[in-house]
Design a protein around this ligand. Structure first.
Ligand code: DGL
Length: 352
């Protein structure tokens, strides 16, 4: 009896340490962008062609990721992200949704161009129901450049996607050692490696493959979202477009969008979402014809206060709160898959 117990204990002591080192399975879904770019020379850090390097070459260039997780690659797209439309957005979300539903997939990384990375990350945050880590990553320099940032960004993104403490926190953007909430992050500098920032700060940081957390997002996401990619049929979302505010505007910009069939207009207003007095009548005319009006701001920080610069209650307009115009476009499009009621759309903007 004693002998069999000893051998059982010995066996268990061997199994536990091995299981403790069992690696998670991470899938890298490549879509293009600078992280897959190619420049003519190593000194071309900003002049290059995006979306050239295939996913297997991206992974083979950073063999150290295999120490973090069992990593495999999928080439979902190979485009520069400024060219992503709602069609590709839905395609990416369906692919991620398919992967996270697999029991043997523990986390997903999406390599992506940085230009519209924030829109894709926010969309995934809203429509993919999972608590598994989903990490969107890009780079500001192509892998062919001196001090390319892509390899370390990819290494860190895999480390994050493989981290059990990253579960249930929402979709992440990993750039330049920072762990950002997909909802809050934006590309704020268009040529430097510290391009991505959030006015509410990062959720944490990742250094040498280890996560350090400092806060959580309080907004609804993933499993707590009323939106689900599985309920989106076809390859289009309700059409929502943005008009950029400035001085000397023309009503024609808005009327052209009405003619194009938009269901909502996001106004990237000046200041706290201000609208020129000579544009208000046009927006009210469109709102009365069923086009939703969402007041955002061209100013990168702060948030649009309801009934401050404009009497939103009186006009039946929506405010985007702290969402920038490009994210407000995503949320307005999803809201319109559920409702055409401005009050209900406003509730959605408060909660996500
Ligand atoms: N063409 C841009 C894009 O694919 C390059 C920017 C980048 O990926 O960093 O988003």
């Amino acid at each position: 009896m004693k002998k069999s117990l000893t051998s059982l204990t010995l066996a268990l002591s061997l199994i536990i340490p091995i299981s403790a080192f069992a690696k998670n399975n991470v899938v890298v879904v490549a879509t293009g962008g600078t992280i897959a770019g190619a420049g003519a020379s190593s000194t071309n850090s900003a002049t290059y062609t995006a979306a050239k390097v295939p996913v297997d070459d991206l992974l083979n260039a950073v063999p150290q990721i295999q120490n973090l997780a069992n990593v495999s690659g999928v080439q979902a797209l190979q485009i520069a992200s400024e060219s992503i439309t709602d069609k590709e957005l839905i395609q990416i979300a369906r692919k991620i949704n398919e992967l996270v539903k697999k029991p043997d997939v523990n986390g997903v990384v999406i390599t992506h161009g940085t230009d519209t990375l924030e829109e894709t990350a926010f969309f995934l945050n809203l429509v993919v129901h999972t608590d598994k880590p989903i990490v969107v990553v890009g780079s500001m320099r192509p892998p062919s450049a001196l001090s390319a940032d892509g390899p370390l960004n990819l290494y860190s993104a895999v480390a994050l996607a493989a981290s059990n403490d990253a579960k249930g926190k929402g979709v992440f953007v990993l750039m330049n050692d920072s762990i950002f909430a997909a909802r809050d992050v934006s590309k704020t500098i268009n040529i430097h490696t510290n391009a991505f920032q959030s006015q509410w700060g990062a959720l944490g940081t990742l250094v040498e493959g280890k996560t350090y957390w400092f806060r959580n997002s309080v907004k609804r996401h993933n499993n707590n979202s009323e939106f689900n990619i599985e309920n989106i049929k076809g390859d289009a979302l309700p059409l929502v477009q943005i008009v950029y505010g400035s001085d000397n505007m023309l009503p024609d910009s808005y009327l052209a969008l009405q003619k194009a069939g938009v269901k909502a207009i996001v106004n990237a207003g000046t200041g706290n979402g201000s609208v020129p007095n000579y544009i208000v009548p046009t927006l009210n005319q469109l709102q009365q014809q069923g086009i939703q009006v969402v007041r955002s701001s061209r100013v990168p920080q702060g948030f649009v206060l309801r009934n401050a610069e404009q009497p939103d209650d009186k006009y039946g307009w929506v405010v985007a709160h702290d969402l920038n115009p490009q994210k407000a476009r995503i949320l307005a499009a999803l809201a319109l898959t559920k409702t055409k009621d401005a009050k209900e759309i406003q509730r959605i903007f408060w909660e996500y």
